[in-house]
Design a protein around this ligand. Sequence first.
Ligand code: WTA
Length: 672
Amino acid sequence: MTGSGGETLSNLLHEERRFPPPPELADAANATAADYARADADRLAFWAEAAGRLEWARPFDEVLDWSRAPFARWFTGGRLNAAYNCLDRHVAAGLGERVAFHWEGEPGDTRTITYAELTAEVCRAANALRALGVRTGDRVAVYMPMIPETVVAMLACARIGAPHTVVFGGFSADALRGRILDCDAHVVITADGGYRRGKPSALKPAVDEAVRECPDVRSVLVVRRTGQEVDWTDGRDVWWHDLVDAQPAEHEAEAFDSEHPLYIMYTSGTTARPKGILHTTGGYLTQVAWSHWAVFDVKPDRDVFWTAADIGWVTGHSYIVYGPLANGVTSVMYEGTPDTPHQGRWWELVEKYRVSILYCAPTAIRTFMKWGADVPAQFDLSSLRLLGSVGEPINPEAWVWYRRYIGSERCPVVDTWWQTETGAQMISPLPGVSVCKPGSALRPLPGIAADVVDDTGTPVPDGAGGYLVLTEPWPGMLRTIWGDEQRYVDTYWSRFPGLYFAGDGAKKDEDGDIWLLGRVDDVMNVSGHRISTTEVESALVSHPRVAEAAVVGAADPTTGQGVVAFVILRGDGAAPGTDGSAGADEVAAELRSHVAREIGPIARPRQILLVAELPKTRSGKIMRRLLRDVAENRALGDVTTLTDSSVMDEIRERLPSGGTGSAAGGAGAEEA
Ligand code: WTA
């Protein structure tokens, strides 16, 4: 389906602001323009060199075997151990006293863990897993809060070649059970609970409930974190401190084949059962190590790096655990929520640990915008030198806010596009090279080949939109969907033969730079124009009163679909209609004309609802599918992946019965 302009996706929003790299950063940058040239000249030689960032027990014979495409094998014949590469070799190099993690619990308790200490703890845990009968190749499920033992558990699995599957601690017993059964894990590592929003939040009961119907789970290893009451099944449950602490701190790390499975990470499709994305060892570790070094420009002896994400997501796997540790970097790890006990908690941590590089999601940035710039202004953020964003398209206004109020107009912002499936960053600026454009991930990293194509798989010209594809295999790519090769082929390699279909819409601007436009299922079709929800959302967020917006297309008798926007106002703006300021109807009218001015009348929302919260997945992505159900007056679909299901009830209450215009009553952002 194409729009009236013949394009697959209309290219509407224009952004003129440009931010060149700071000269001091450019002068000392890890990655330079020469990296693009080298990779363009010989992609495989480039990756072979990047693999030199790791220590191989046996060198590889061939960089890439693509003879069974789309099933790739990278660095064939090579052997290595991922945990050894993240730990022992740094200790052997004399860096044992370097801090691996400054960990901060939500209640304010802290732990400082050096590389030597982490290595010893991982060795003990590896011995403990062996004692529980875990063999190389067995899967181990990990269901944990954000505590150091989570990193230890993952690396202990990697050390003995037992692929881990980390299930985010916010998921239900059902979700956990489905994942345990799908990958046939026989051992589960968990904790009594973790701290969230100022109180202990239990995990063990969900494990108990999940494994009741997993007959093959024989051991549950439990970390004591909160000290809360737990039910105990003798013979199955084991305390971490009883078993792990008693083990020797020595463990010989065996080298595994480069293609040995490292982990399975489940990612939800929109409807169907979750897909177990399989990552293997050599290629994955090469790309996360290289990208972490290049995109964040890390200087391991100086920087303090912080990925503010949960380890239960791929971002945590690649940029809390494997990337930073492979590079021997010092990281911050924080257990809790950003507003506990106050809305400045993150900035307090940046000040306390002198964080120099911060990586987080647009949803967090928009939340901080909503809370207001005076919150970060109370802290010393002068240690920061680089900011990153991941997980969703970042609206230009959020990008500029992040750079101004967190980065003091000094720090480059790298918008990094990638997926669970890609394993590592794929499209991103290089901070010492690229002239950044707010809202654009710019171009594929060296060694990566991507394009934007139309319905027929033909590359679109500059200035046009379409589907994002990856045109060459890359080292960190998923190898398959666990237990379902056909689904792997069907999902990613069948839409456009020979190309990896990412499921995202994108456009190329006049310079050929790439702008991500959200999942293709989120595209609207208004009077034959295919309009990206991302662009309308960015237009809304560019209005000074708006903190966050979610846009969906709802069935419309005249235009096919009409644009419906759900909007959260900024914290410093008063609640419409409550204090003599503009009422909800006026605000909605103003925003509708604002979008028409910014993008064009075609994108003018048919309806604007002011809301206090938006439905989000646990990784912070807006669930537009549910908003579409609301906008079309349907019963809600599956809400099991929603963080807080009461959000939807509230939004429904705001819905005027049938009418257009703003929600009756209006909602103040203060309620959020
Ligand atoms: C979206 C997270 C725009 C995209 C690492 C992708 C982005 C999905 C960006 C993968 C970005 C991620 N700009 N969109 N910088 N980064 N996405 O698997 O839709 O949780 O397909 O991996 O997030 O989400 P996942």
